[in-house]
Design a binder for this molecule. Structure first.
Ligand code: PLP
Length: 454
């Protein structure tokens, strides 16, 4: 690197998340300097179609000026205040009311945090507090799913079931269990229908609850459609059967809507797309189009009442962050929700997602692609070595990484998750940009096939 260049200084000073540190020392960063709609630009001026909306999050693209104005106005009025000890401010009140009105099932209260991880941590603590309030001191275990993604704090990383989040960190913590992954293409047995597979998944959950002891199991957490686990769309009847098991053993359902919330799957909430009726819902990312960090936890009245009693008994609810309901973040979130309404973002997603899904599924014709899957403006393809047997490439081949790198060459940013390639573009993407995305991805797959087979 040029001495003292941004790249050299990055390598010198920054420890990057989800990055191979030694490879980074060698190769340096890709420096993004500006955004415009669904595009971002690097420091050499090269344009990229951002087919991941950053980290599944910049729903309104990369230069929505109304959000800048909302932030500026709030910064000029009340740049910071908190909501501890009975204090309140208007952006926090307005945003909570708005979320309760938008919730997929009747919800009672909203707790704000700064990130998806904190929202899921909060959900877990509220579940424990709720069960303590009810005298159920043993009912504390949490069940999530293999390859579910719920964040990286100690509690939420424990809930997370993707391969890199536990080794090296002595995680998961005790009392967090991971049940089967509902990926039919990978784990469905020969001759087993999708519906039978869903039945088996629910049986696996029931077996786990019985083995652990139902009196020890407090809550189950799931993304409506798994994101970072590879965009896994649940098999038909899955959540219906899962929720029947939860109900039987008095286990709370937490919907992690951090990716799926706010229109991504073609309904306002992913819970509506897949038939979840949550007791607790967490959301973040597209809540503010990710322009400022904010997340929320919604709880039902049944969950709220014991929590309120417990906080009375203990003096206060002993949980909250300095940035809980940060007024500038809340103002930006409110403006984001206003834009979704005024611009009919859900109608837009519904109008363009048939083309998105059609172009995605057409990639299954490609020699490298074993499966394509998705809903709304969320999708993934999975690269296989053999379409007949569904065998994967040896991880040393780095098939997914090669396809991801080829996409970057073509001016397209995607996410390689092992050998799956994910796409969650900003929700404002147009049909011609969807065509551009998949034209570029087709070229990238051709290049990757060349590199793999050479
Ligand atoms: N839950 C889901 C479904 C996510 O995809 C993520 C992040 O990608 C999180 C939680 C964690 O959110 P954050 O990175 O804001 O902590």
């Amino acid at each position: 690197f040029q001495p003292n260049s941004p790249a050299a200084r990055d390598v010198a000073y920054v420890l990057h998340p989800y990055t191979n540190a030694r490879a980074h020392e060698e190769n340096g960063p890709m420096i993004i300097t500006k955004g415009d709609g669904v595009y971002v630009y690097d420091d050499g001026g090269k344009q990229y179609l951002e087919a991941m909306a950053g980290l599944w999050c910049a729903s309104l693209g990369f230069n929505e000026n109304r959000l800048v104005k909302a932030a500026t106005k709030q910064l000029e009025t009340l740049p910071y205040y908190h909501t501890f000890a009975h204090k309140a401010h208007l952006p926090g009140i307005d945003l909570a009311e708005k979320l309760i009105n938008l919730a997929p099932v009747p919800m009672s209260k909203v707790f704000f945090a700064g990130s998806g991880s904190e929202a899921n941590d909060t959900a877990m603590k509220l579940v424990w507090y709720y069960n303590n309030a009810r005298g159920r001191h043993a009912k504390k275990k949490m069940i999530s799913r293999i390859k579910g993604y719920h964040g990286v704090t100690i509690a939420s990383a424990s809930l997370t079931g993707t391969p890199v989040n536990h080794p090296g960190f002595d995680l998961p913590i005790a009392g967090v269990k991971h049940t089967s992954n509902p990926h039919y293409y990978r784990f469905g047995q020969s001759g087993e229908s999708e519906v039978d597979f869903a039945t088996r998944m629910a049986q696996d959950l029931e077996t786990m609850i019985l083995e652990e002891g139902p009196e020890t199991v407090a809550a189950f957490i799931a993304e409506p459609i798994m994101g970072a686990g590879g965009v896994i769309v649940p098999p038909e009847t899955y959540f219906e059967k899962i929720q029947a098991v939860l109900k039987k053993y008095d286990v709370l359902m937490i919907a992690d809507e951090v990716i799926c919330g706010f229109g991504r799957t073609g309904e306002f909430w992913g819970s509506q797309t897949v038939g979840i009726k949550p007791d607790i819902l967490t959301c973040a990312k597209a809540l503010s189009s990710s322009y400022l960090p904010i997340s929320a936890v919604m709880i039902s009245e049944d969950v709220y009442q014991p929590i309120a009693d417990q906080s009375q008994d203990l003096g206060v609810l002993g949980h909250g962050y300095t940035y809980t309901a940060h007024p500038v973040c809340a103002a930006v979130a409110l403006e984001t929700l206003k834009i979704y309404e005024e611009d009919n973002i859900l109608d837009h997603v519904r109008a363009v997602s048939p083309l998105f899904q059609e172009r995605l599924h057409a990639l299954s014709e490609h020699e490298l692609v074993g499966e394509t899957r998705g809903r709304g403006l969320m999708g993934a393809l999975e690269i296989v070595a053999d379409k007949g047997t569904r065998a994967s490439y040896d991880p040393k081949v780095g098939a997914g990484a090669k396809a991801g790198a080829a996409a970057t060459e073509h001016g397209l940013i995607v996410r390689a998750i092992g050998d799956s390639i994910a796409f969650t573009p900003p929700l404002i993407i147009t049909e011609s940009q969807i065509n551009e995305l998949f034209d570029k991805m087709t070229k990238a797959l051709d290049d990757a096939a060349g590199a793999i087979h050479k």
